[in-house]
Design a protein. Structure first.
Length: 66
């Protein structure tokens, strides 16, 4: 499996949080646990759907256009 997108996403999130802290602006993230969990689960759903579609396309035989 390729985890490049996940690692890049986590790195980007860290950089955004770091820059927001340095600039003393509010972090663009929900301040309550339930909302943060919603963002996390949405991200997981996006990743799992991409993984499913990638595996599905590899399992199907290539079709030729008529």
């Amino acid at each position: 499996m390729r985890y490049q997108k996940i690692i890049l996403g986590l790195l980007l999130a860290f950089v955004v949080g770091f820059v927001c802290q340095l600039a003393r602006i509010p972090v663009p993230a929900p301040p309550v646990l339930s909302a943060a969990l919603l963002v996390f689960l949405t991200s997981c759903g996006y990743w799992l759907t991409g993984l499913y579609l990638e595996r599905r396309s590899q399992a199907e035989p290539q079709r030729e256009a008529p």
